[in-house]
Write a protein that binds this ligand. Structure first.
Ligand code: MG
Length: 162
């Protein structure tokens, strides 16, 4: 596997781990706010991000590349509001989408077909991730942050399976 592409894969691996860290921090924030359903939903999301990180890890290993783990940046611990936290998550996913698209461009430029095909799965995954967060944000913006609205949404989000 090309050295430049390996470096980019390791960078993306770190980004996915940061995503897990960010959503775990949001989960703790929601716990603190007395919203266990929101906290559970974000905890499931954090686990998904760990899974994405392992996709990159495994692809590097399978291709004979080297995994190089870098420090994970500390995420914020506080947000102005529940809506603000979810908006931050959506913006974060949009930036992840951008980096995956750049990674795909690099794989094409370097003629790495296996990496290209691997990345298609992530391009699709990002469509789902952005939809997930934008649907939640839309509900929050529609309902507002009254105690009734938050408790109703909290009960709904507690049902998320995996
Ligand atoms: Mg991800």
């Amino acid at each position: 596997m090309d050295a430049e592409l390996q470096a980019l894969f390791n960078k993306q691996l770190n980004r996915e781990l940061y995503s897990a860290y960010l959503y775990l921090s949001m989960s703790a924030y929601f716990e603190h706010k007395g919203l266990p359903g929101f906290a559970h939903w974000m905890r499931v999301q954090a686990r998904e991000e760990l899974e994405h990180a392992m996709w990159f890890y495994n692809h590097l290993v399978e291709r004979g590349g080297r995994v190089r783990l870098e420090p994970i940046e500390a995420p914020p611990a506080e947000w102005e509001s529940v809506t603000q936290a979810v908006r931050h998550a959506l913006e974060h996913e949009r930036s992840v989408t951008k980096s995956i698209h750049e990674l795909l461009d690099a794989a094409r430029r370097l003629g790495d077909k296996a990496a290209e095909v691997f990345l298609y799965k992530l391009v699709e995954e990002q469509v789902e991730e952005e939809k997930l967060f934008s649907d939640l944000l839309q509900k929050l913006e529609l309902a507002g942050e009254s105690p009734q609205a938050l408790l109703f949404l909290d009960a709904k989000l507690a049902e998320r399976k995996g």
